[in-house]
Design a protein around this ligand. Structure first.
Ligand SMILES: [Zn+2]
Ligand SMILES: [Zn+2]
Length: 360
């Protein structure tokens, strides 16, 4: 069986031959992988900036954005049967008794940091022809979403963020249809975030570096969002250009851009961070003005990392909504399907929006 692995000791990224996995525990499911999406995290793991093999092993099988088909089920599996399509979740809980989040199935809020993540941290991932996973970590995919369901895992970022927005804004009188949102960045996370805002009836604008007549800008407009090229407007002027901004969703991983854009957030506004910037030196910020705004305008700033099992169900529902509203735009996010033998090259060089490895 083929799989794609990274070897931190020798800095190799290659296709390997692994033994076929077997169902051992009664609640386990044998999966044939159909598609695996590649993202920035995978490229960081493949560049050895991040990622860790299982204890005692010299390699990590990569891949966490997966769509799989059930091939066989253990005797205690109750909801899944062969032929079902499923999305596996990525993060597994830590083992500490005092971690209330992990003990409650909310390992996305783990406090110890000793969680494991398939394809990223101490557990093999999904860029392989077959794998075994516990039924509790699998979410059933409606068959009509099969061609885009590989986007579910990256969409959990926006699904979880939107769930938190709705909870947090119960602090004041609030209606989605009166909200204006700006998404910073037009990569896969930004585009899926913008689609989520549009599907939730927010007036939505995407702010990114591609020109206004680029394919990326055209894709943004195709699902009903506005597009602003960063050459045409400084981030701190976004409020002057658009009017009051109720929500900013950061998806670029640039702290300077993010905190500059924070100046343009309006009263009672939310600022959501999803990007992870590389660590650099200190940079100057208008901290007094930002703090005055945060206090005098009841602003909330939070970060979000994916995702709990519930966010996968939310993301699949959201994907269904997006496919009902703008199916061609959703399909345009997936820019290439490639073979497993092409995967090591894809991990070295980025092209298009979302590249997907097709395994079966
Ligand atoms: Zn990813
Ligand atoms: Zn934990």
């Amino acid at each position: 069986m083929k799989a794609v692995a990274v070897f931190p000791g020798t800095h190799e990224v290659r296709v390997i031959d692994e033994p076929q996995p077997q169902v051992i525990r009664g609640t386990e499911v044998l999966l044939r992988m159909r598609e695996v999406g590649i993202c920035g995290t995978d490229r960081e793991v493949a560049a050895f900036e991040y990622g860790e093999p299982p204890p005692g092993e010299d390699h990590l099988i990569i891949g966490h954005e997966a769509l799989a088909e059930v091939v066989a089920v253990g005797p205690e599996v109750t909801k899944l049967r062969p032929g079902d399509l499923v999305i596996p979740s990525v993060r597994r809980p830590c083992l500490h008794a005092e971690c209330l989040a992990c003990r409650s199935g909310r390992q996305d809020f783990c406090v110890t940091g000793d969680f494991r993540e398939r394809g990223i941290k101490q557990t093999h991932g999904f860029l392989t022809e077959s794998t075994v996973e516990d039924e509790a970590n699998l979410t059933l995919v409606p068959p009509d979403l099969a061609d885009v369901a590989v986007l579910t895992e990256p969409l959990t970022i926006a699904a979880k963020a939107m769930q938190q927005v709705k909870t947090l804004q119960q602090r004041l009188p609030w209606e989605p249809s009166r909200q204006r949102s700006v998404v910073l960045g037009a990569g896969p996370v930004g585009l899926l975030g913008a689609m989520t805002m549009v599907a939730n009836n927010f007036e939505t604008h995407v702010y990114s570096m591609e020109s206004g007549d680029s394919d990326r800008a055209d894709l943004v407009r195709s699902f009903g969002a506005g597009y602003i090229c960063s050459q045409d407007c400084a981030p701190e002027d976004l409020g002057k250009r658009l009017g009051n901004i109720d929500l900013i969703y950061e998806a670029v991983g640039s702290s300077h851009l993010a905190f500059t854009a924070l100046e343009s957030l309006g009263p009672n506004g939310l600022f959501i961070f999803t990007g992870i910037p590389p660590l650099g030196g200190p940079s100057p910020l208008p901290a007094d003005q930002l703090m005055r705004n945060i206090v005098l305008e009841n602003q909330l700033i939070f970060g979000t990392v994916n995702a709990s099992r519930s966010a996968y169900a939310l993301a699949l529902r959201l994907l269904g909504q997006c496919m009902a509203l703008f199916p061609d735009s959703v399909r345009r996010i997936i820019t290439a399907h490639r073979t497993i033998d092409e995967a090591p090259g894809m991990l070295r060089k980025r092209s298009g929006i979302k590249e997907v490895v097709r395994l079966s």
